[in-house]
Design a binder for this molecule. Structure first.
Ligand code: NAP
Length: 312
């Protein structure tokens, strides 16, 4: 008899079916069972979760840890029914590669003035804007963890002048590294393009507001790939409207999908993306989740868990 692993997911039925298939392929020795179909809720020490229903979590009394299929776990962390159950978030090199590609794509979009040329075309305006070489374009990455470091490396390879900011001190070849809240102003003061790849935690909520925007160079741009509430949207709109910032690319929002009546949709200096910078790759993610489960079942060793104090 195969060991049953609960699959607790509040996602569409086709998505759930794809995940169950990928998980089954990656770990044929186990049976991944949707919560509703479990023969018993007892005895399950580990589960795979994706936007889990809190009541389902509560109904699994023996859980020790859960494997999330997402990289950002701020919602899970604040789920009271989880109690002290450990959370393993998705750490997938394939996801980092996808995010690095997005960081490069949207940095180039801003670097080569694509929003400006689109706007000129709409006005039938034939005008060459001054060219700035990549080496003269200063790009700062907020959060140089798994995704931010991959993004920084891709930007360095393309020739940008790259800076990175984290909580603890870092040493990344070719990147000027800054750490700690006290050194944030020094970095943002030099960023023509600021890319946010931070997790949402109590320390990063609303981190990017008026105080940060006024310190950035005149006409700088922001890319937010982290989480919506890290940016103070009202302050951002104000900075764009008064010209202190030139453009913002937003992939994440306070509320997703973005509300139909949000002023962000039509703002000339905002590019709205529907949370697409780094979609999860089913096969690689399933393999990683299963590797964590297999190690635990064979050795009792849990994967690295999210730190409940720092919130990431
Ligand atoms: P990670 O490896 O945990 O990296 C987080 C980075 O942020 C680390 O460098 C960390 O500093 C830094 N950081 C956290 N709190 C900080 C603070 N208060 N001050 C300064 N630096 C701080 O996470 P990851 O895998 O790179 O993922 C980052 C986030 O990307 C996720 O949490 C998720 O929200 C988001 N994401 C978005 C998408 C999308 O499609 N838009 C997809 C996947 C993930 P230390 O290095 O010093 O710890």
């Amino acid at each position: 008899v195969k060991a049953q692993v609960p699959f607790v997911a509040n996602i569409s039925a086709p998505e759930a079916a794809d995940w169950l298939q990928a998980l089954g392929n990656a770990m044929p020795e186990a049976e991944f069972v949707p919560f509703e179909s479990l023969s018993t809720t007892k005895g399950h020490k580990a589960a795979v979760v994706a936007n889990p229903d809190p009541n389902a979590i509560k109904a699994l009394p023996d859980l020790v840890w859960v494997q999330s299929l997402w990289a950002g776990v701020e919602k899970l962390l604040h789920e009271p029914t989880l109690g002290s159950v450990g959370i393993s978030r998705l750490v997938d090199p394939a996801l980092a590669t996808t995010m690095a590609e997005a960081a490069l794509a949207w940095t180039l979009y801003l670097h080569r003035d694509m929003p400006g040329y689109r706007d000129q075309q709409n006005k039938k305006c034939w005008q060459q804007l001054p060219y700035v070489p990549a080496a003269k374009r200063r790009v700062g990455i907020l959060g140089v963890g798994k995704l931010g470091t991959a993004a920084a490396n891709a930007l360095v390879q393309t020739g940008f002048d790259v800076m990175g900011w984290s909580r603890q001190e870092k040493n990344i070849p070719g990147v000027r590294c800054f750490s700690g809240t006290e050194n944030l102003p020094e970095m943002v003061g030099q960023c023509d393009i600021l890319v946010c790849l931070l997790p949402l935690t109590p320390a990063t909520r609303c981190l990017l507001g008026e105080a940060t925007f006024t310190k950035m160079p005149q006409g700088a741009a922001l890319i937010n790939f982290g989480r919506g509430p890290i940016v103070d949207t009202a302050a951002l709109m104000q900075a764009l409207d008064n010209g202190s910032l030139n453009h913002a690319v937003l992939d994440v929002f306070d509320q997703e999908p973005l509300e139909e009546n949000s002023p962000l949709w039509h703002h000339a200096k905002i590019t709205v993306l529907p949370h697409i910078s780094a979609p999860t790759t089913l096969e690689t993610a399933a393999k990683i989740a299963c590797e964590n489960l297999r190690t635990y079942f064979n050795t009792d060793e849990m994967p690295q868990l999210v730190n409940r104090t720092t919130g990431y």
